[in-house]
Design a protein around this ligand. Structure first.
Ligand SMILES: Cc1cc2nc3c(=O)[nH]c(=O)nc-3n(C[C@H](O)[C@H](O)[C@H](O)COP(=O)(O)OP(=O)(O)OC[C@H]3O[C@@H](n4cnc5c(N)ncnc54)[C@H](O)[C@@H]3O)c2cc1C
Ligand code: SF4
Length: 329
């Protein structure tokens, strides 16, 4: 691969959603939606992805802002992670989203990076990012899933040729909070539950979300149902800053009379999509909080995991994160 020159591209800066969608239709798979650029620029500077046209959406006002509506809290796709982190409504009603946003990368990156880009970003598997022709890049092998492969950060669940994981810190929170993702294209608008928005390699190995060329995520809706619920977020990484999660966890629960009425929990860093821990949710529902419940829920958290050569440590990590989440939510 020639890495001498960064490829040139056309830059478009539309100020309306209609114009952006028209440009995306014109360029199809050769177009690239560009928001904060913090994932995109890595691809371009490494000379691995070479779009013909960048459609910079940051000038489209209707994609910004955080507002309360009858459905819940609406967050525009262009809201930056630092704005999320400091927003009073988010902090008060859905504090785990503010916490997760505040654990992404570094303050400089969070000032530019958007929530839309954070959940739409591609996986960080180093072989793929380096430009090797693996399954995800259209080739016929996986470099990580080999006896010598560097797979310490790779998946425990739902592998299908590819063993890469979701790198997003906010994605598991949106699954735990049962968020809705609103996607527009020139045919209209569609809303997806967060759990369906993220897709695994069994559905399409070249994408990590339902979005296809021509689509723009416009906003995320956090349902009222989970506003003010007890909740917990934790990210474990090798370094406390500027590093991706080895495993992260997001939990939201409603407790009344000392018993769990309802709960949703999801982990990142363990499969290609945020993994909803339905086994943990089933064990917790209707039960009293306490050390017995923590032990029981922890013991089912990693059920079904299939380890690679270097990621066994993620199993006790997941189990302990579940216990800590129940204790501290
Ligand atoms: C050094 C470094 C450390 C990082 N650490 C972390 C970390 O700890 N945790 C973490 O979660 N992430 C991390 N990231 C990844 C990334 O920077 C962030 O996730 C960031 O939020 C991406 O947002 P962006 O707006 O910059 O996205 P962009 O780079 O603009 O876009 C990313 C992808 O999303 C698509 N996209 C963006 N917005 C939309 C939209 N509205 N509709 C449709 N498609 C869209 C783009 O086409 C592109 O494919 C890190 C990145 C770097 C460079
Ligand atoms: S884990 Fe996925 S992205 Fe990484 S080398 Fe294997 S196929 Fe490619």
């Amino acid at each position: 691969m020639n890495r001498d020159m960064m490829s040139s591209f056309e830059l478009f800066q539309p100020t309306t959603l209609g114009d952006a969608l028209e440009l995306l239709d014109q360029y199809e798979e050769k177009g690239w939606v560009y928001a904060g650029g913090k994932d995109s620029l890595d691809w371009f500077k490494d000379r691995v992805k070479k779009p013909e046209a960048l459609i910079d959406i940051t000038g489209i006002q209707e994609l910004g802002g955080i507002r309360e509506t009858a459905q819940g809290l609406e967050i525009g796709a262009l809201v930056t992670l630092s704005a999320l982190e400091s927003n009073a409504l988010v902090k008060q009603q859905y504090p785990i989203l503010a916490q997760a946003a505040g654990r992404v990368a570094s303050p400089q990156i969070r000032h530019a990076a958007t929530i839309g880009g954070n959940i739409s970003q591609d996986t960080r598997c180093w072989y793929y990012r380096y430009g090797l022709p693996c399954y995800r890049a259209g080739g016929n092998t996986c470099y990580a899933d080999t006896p010598e492969g560097m797979n310490r950060q790779h998946c425990l669940f739902e592998a299908d040729r590819c063993v890469a994981v979701t790198p997003s810190d906010t994605a598991p929170v949106l699954v735990a909070l049962d968020a809705r993702m609103v996607v527009r294209n020139s045919d209209g608008e569609k809303t997806y539950p967060a759990e369906e928005f993220f897709i695994g390699p069994d559905v399409d190995i070249t994408r990590m979300t339902v979005m296809q060329p021509g689509d723009i995520l416009t906003k995320i809706i956090l349902p009222k149902e989970w506003a003010g619920a007890r909740s917990y977020f934790e990210k474990v990484a090798d370094r406390q800053t500027w590093d991706f999660a080895l495993v992260n966890i997001a939990m939201a629960m409603v407790v009344s009379g000392g018993k769990v009425q309802k709960v949703r929990v999801a982990c990142g860093g363990v499969q290609c999509t945020p993994r909803r821990l339905t086994g943990v949710e089933d064990i917790m529902t209707g039960e009293a909080l306490g050390s017995d419940l923590e032990e029981m829920a922890g013991s089912v958290a990693s059920r079904g995991a299939k380890t690679l050569n270097y990621n066994h440590f993620k199993i006790p990590l997941m189990e302990n994160l579940v216990k800590r989440a129940i204790r501290n939510a």
